[in-house]
Design a protein around this ligand. Structure first.
Ligand code: SF4
Length: 340
């Protein structure tokens, strides 16, 4: 039996061909990891470290920034090795023109520092789990199962459980979009099936868009909505399991697809839109699903999300150079930045 994840299900509906590449053929992407995912992983590691320490002590902000730097350095070395082993043209893909690795590093520092100052002494709730796996049934027979990982589960003084999710993207989901975002609501199903928590527990879904001053977006699902969500995902999985063919579903998202260089349909679509297809070494696409996970594209409907209204100004807008100067006093850039 296949245990589905939110990403696996939604990749199919974004583009069946991409689903086939990734989950059926298990085709290794011909390009390196995108910088957005790299940065997001480093931020998540920092949060993991921070909340692991909290019951005993509160680390200083410089300790946390050093942690970020050390992990960034270490993972960069791993990316270089992967590039060598797998023949990627670059160790990391960078999407946005004019942005450098150093820019992303500095953003990461800023996100860590900003989060720290906003939430210290980190007593809004008590951590119940970090990177906590949830495995749950969508139906009473246990025929349809899903799993996922909660970035952090907290419990506040009123007994409410908070499913926290950290997003480092430069797009912030609106409160309205949060009502339709399924990923954390699916994890709520997982909690309801946990005998230590149960279905009567009060649960809040919390996204932290750490690139924004007002980072927190909160939503809730009632029992009826949770039941409806289970049915919705059973139907989605049934449709996937019935599929015999996996046609291309070209869209503007092809520009972010890690399989673009292998996909004639995607290339033809982009060319028809006047976008010259460039070789993998010349582009830095973000996979659509990862982009959705990271909040680069809204998760309920990535296509329509491209037309979404402007969102609040990220922290690293006009004041970045000022912040850079401030950050440079706190932590020096890693050595590898001089390679770029
Ligand atoms: S390039 Fe576009 S059409 Fe091709 S697999 Fe990727 S998303 Fe699908």
């Amino acid at each position: 039996m296949t245990i589905y994840s939110y990403s696996r299900v939604n990749t199919y509906f974004t583009c069946p061909a991409q689903f086939e590449f990734r989950y059926i053929l298990k085709t290794p992407p011909p390009v390196a990891e995108g910088i957005e995912l790299f940065l997001g992983s480093r931020f998540h590691e920092c949060m993991e470290y921070l909340y692991q320490q909290i019951p005993e002590r509160v680390p200083t902000v410089n300790e946390l920034l050093n942690y970020f730097k050390n992990h960034w350095d270490h993972k960069w070395q791993e990316a270089l090795k992967k590039q060598q082993d797998r023949g990627f043209p670059t160790p990391i893909r960078i999407v946005h023109e004019g942005q450098t690795l150093e820019d992303y590093y500095e953003k990461g520092q800023l996100f860590v520092e900003n989060y720290y100052h906003k939430y210290q002494p980190f007593d809004q709730d008590q951590t119940q789990g970090i990177e906590m796996k949830v495995l749950f049934n969508l139906d009473s027979d246990g025929q349809y199962k899903m799993q996922g990982f909660i970035d952090r589960l907290g419990k506040d003084s009123e007994g409410t459980f908070w499913i926290h999710d950290y997003k480092t993207s430069s797009r912030r989901m609106s409160e309205e979009d949060a009502k339709y975002e399924d990923q954390l609501a699916l994890y709520q199903i997982g909690l309801s099936q946990n005998p230590k928590i149960g279905s009567s527990a009060k649960v809040k879904l919390a996204w932290h868009f750490v690139a924004f001053d007002k980072d927190l977006v909160v939503s809730e699902r009632n029992a009826k909505e949770v039941e409806w969500l289970k049915k919705k995902y059973v139907l989605k999985i049934q449709e996937i399991e019935k599929a015999k063919t996996f046609p291309v579903k070209p869209s503007r998202l092809c520009g972010w697809c890690e399989y673009l260089s292998l996909c004639d349909g995607g290339k033809a679509y982009l060319e028809s839109k006047g976008k010259k297809f460039t070789r993998p070494e010349e582009i830095a696409p973000v996979p659509a699903v990862i982009a959705a996970q990271e909040g680069v594209l809204p998760v309920k409907n990535a296509d329509s999300a491209l037309l979404a209204p402007p969102v609040p100004t990220p922290l690293f807008g006009h004041s970045l150079s000022k912040i850079r100067r401030k950050n440079q006093k706190l932590v020096s850039a890693p050595d590898q930045l001089s390679l770029f």
